[in-house]
Design a protein around this ligand. Structure first.
Ligand SMILES: Cc1cc2nc3c(=O)[nH]c(=O)nc-3n(C[C@H](O)[C@H](O)[C@H](O)COP(=O)(O)O)c2cc1C
Length: 331
């Protein structure tokens, strides 16, 4: 069974992917309750942490109940990354994860995120220095390579392991692909099949059904799956995959009552965590999926996503439950 440093994980663990403006403490707690084995924060700028920018510092908050939790940081400057390790340690996470995969121009142009895939020596030396700076396990999340012609992930992963990285999560796309096409898990399997590789190799990209998770486990032989988009507004996904692993059957989808209850708790936790204004605003992105598939739901969804007042959103949940309480969801 895989281990990240001393953290023992179950067989084929399911990890909640780091997602900007999504993987915040309330959402991570919901995913944990619903079967996620490890959760990650969204990426946090090392430069922002050093400047003590409120927006970055707030992202360091973790709840006890979500452990084990990894805090993900990004940057390309060695000194800033090391200073931010010291800051992150104070939040007492279980893992510090380095983002070497973000494809957006703003990040890549500074050599951070997937930008570092153009300078593997720097990627390795940065990881080594971070490993030496802390007793916490350092893990890496990255992509296959910069573009199709420069995929050297087997070699890269081995180098990262050799400098003390404790696990690697690989998104099966290149930077050039951004989010286009489908994720290619073959090169990730090649990393896993390297006989010198002994740290866990987690697969990421397009695990959006229990069948896909089974395929990643059985056909590609990876050590676990990191799940992103399939969980947005659907924290039940983790338990659905686990149920399918155990029984080969699909768990019945959550009822309208369970969905409304989850949406209510999600919103309340967000308000408690970041105040009404931000809490109301940032929970909006989940409602489409919480209530996906209900016909003629637009009027209710519009109320949920346009009201600035929490009381109005809670009222919209109640009205939706009243109207669609008997709706039978399908997968
Ligand atoms: C809204 C959103 C925000 C994301 N933010 C981050 C991030 O902060 N750090 C990171 O490493 N990846 C980030 N990603 C990438 C995901 O972690 C993941 O690699 C990608 O979505 C592919 O996995 P999936 O097909 O399961 O969604 C983000 C993805 C999405 C959709």
């Amino acid at each position: 069974m895989p281990k990240i440093g001393d953290i023992q994980l179950p067989d084929f663990p399911l990890l909640l992917a780091p997602m900007e403006d999504v993987s915040d403490p309330p959402f991570r707690a919901l995913c944990k309750e619903n079967g996620a084995d490890v959760v990650y924060t969204e990426f946090i700028s090392s430069e922002g942490l050093i400047r003590d920018a409120a927006k970055s510092v707030m992202k360091l908050d973790i709840y006890e109940k979500e452990r084990p939790v990894g805090i993900q940081i990004f940057g390309a400057n060695l000194d800033s990354m090391l200073q931010s390790v010291d800051i992150v340690e104070k939040s007492n996470p279980d893992i510090i994860d380095i983002n070497f995969g973000c494809p957006v121009k703003k990040v890549v142009s500074k050599g951070a995120g997937a930008g570092i895939l153009k300078d593997i020596d720097l990627m390795v030396s940065l990881t080594k220095a971070m490993v030496e700076r802390t007793k916490l396990p350092i893990t890496v999340k990255t992509r296959l390579g910069w573009d199709e012609n420069s995929i050297k992930i087997v070699e890269v992963a081995e180098k990262l392991q050799d400098v003390g990285c404790k696990a690697i999560a690989i998104h099966g796309r290149t930077r050039a692909q951004m989010y286009k096409g489908s994720a290619n898990w073959e090169p990730i399997a090649a990393v896993k099949n390297n006989p010198r590789m002994h740290i866990p190799v987690f697969g990421n990209g397009d695990v959006d059904t229990p069948e896909a998770a089974v395929k990643m486990r059985d056909e590609f032989g990876l050590d676990g799956a990191m799940i992103g988009r399939a969980s947005i507004g659907y924290p039940w996904f983790f338990n659905e995959v686990k149920h399918y692993f155990k029984t080969g059957e699909h768990l019945a989808p959550p009822t309208m009552e369970e969905r409304v209850e989850a949406a209510r708790r999600h919103l309340q936790m967000s308000i408690d965590w970041k105040g009404e204004k931000l809490g109301v605003f940032e929970t909006r992105r989940h409602y489409t999926n919480y209530f996906k598939g209900i016909p003629n739901f637009k009027e209710y969804r519009m109320k949920m996503v346009t009201s600035d007042d929490a009381a109005d959103v809670f009222a919209a949940f109640d009205e939706a439950l009243e109207k669609f309480g008997d709706y039978e969801f399908s997968h």
